[in-house]
Design a protein. Structure first.
Length: 239
């Protein structure tokens, strides 16, 4: 059976996002939902290597009002500078810094004219290619559906003729298995168990606790091409 996942386009998402894409056949980007400054749309966690803790990597927008959808807002030029500075400050000692720093910088600077949804989708697709994750991608804006939350998800699944919905944990807040079961759609939550991997430790050369929930940036800087096998090994989904 065809497995479909649906999620907003996040900015340099965490590992679970890419594992979910790996475990589905088709992925629908919610590219026309409301902009939310407290979401993952233009911010993500990276590691502050000097203090060995999480810190926000937040991208400034030209205009950031909730009256706009994610496909109506744009990163500011200053965001690129902030990104480069924070990445350089925290990851310059990582094993694969030079290669990935150039890759990240290039994909951001060359797509700055795109709206935030388009930019994030470009980033996700670029990284999926690099991680050798194959999937068919679609945009919610192409389905011309105006419903919200669980009804939006349901109609997208219907329009896409999907019978299995691999759901991210965020969607469980407003829709459960019984809701989709009534519509003859099998809903399975994406239960992601975060792996440990090599991280950069800079606390007086003493190993500190592993930090979960960071951007894919952290995995790639520290593990290079091994990142693909780390993500793919985490198949937490069974029918």
């Amino acid at each position: 059976m065809k497995i479909t996942s649906i999620c907003q386009p996040h900015f340099f998402p965490w590992l679970g996002y890419f594992n979910m894409i790996h475990n589905c056949d088709e992925f629908i980007f919610l590219d026309n939902v409301q902009y939310n400054r407290k979401s993952w749309q233009n911010r993500v966690y990276i590691k502050n290597t000097s203090q060995s803790k999480k810190q926000w990597l937040s991208m400034s927008l030209i205009e950031s009002s909730r009256k706009y959808n994610i496909n109506e807002v744009y990163l500011s030029k200053k965001a690129i500078e902030d990104f480069n500075n924070q990445i350089n400050e925290n990851y310059k000692k990582s094993k694969y810094f030079e290669y990935y720093y150039e890759l990240f910088r290039k994909v951001l600077s060359s797509n700055l004219d795109k709206n935030l949804a388009q930019l994030n989708i470009t980033i996700v697709k670029e990284l999926c290619n690099h991680l050798e994750i194959t999937c068919s991608f679609f945009l919610s804006s192409n389905f011309n559906i105006t419903d919200k939350k669980e009804n939006l998800i349901l109609k997208l699944l219907r329009e896409n003729k999907s019978k299995v919905y691999l759901a991210n944990m965020g969607s469980l807040a407003y829709a459960g298995e019984e809701f989709f079961k009534k519509e003859k759609i099998l809903m399975k939550p994406h239960l992601f168990k975060h792996p440990n991997y090599n991280q950069l430790y800079t606390n007086n050369k003493k190993k500190v606790d592993f930090i979960e929930g960071l951007s894919i940036i952290d995995l790639l800087f520290n593990n290079g091409k091994k990142s693909s096998s780390i993500i793919k090994a985490l198949n937490n989904f069974t029918l």
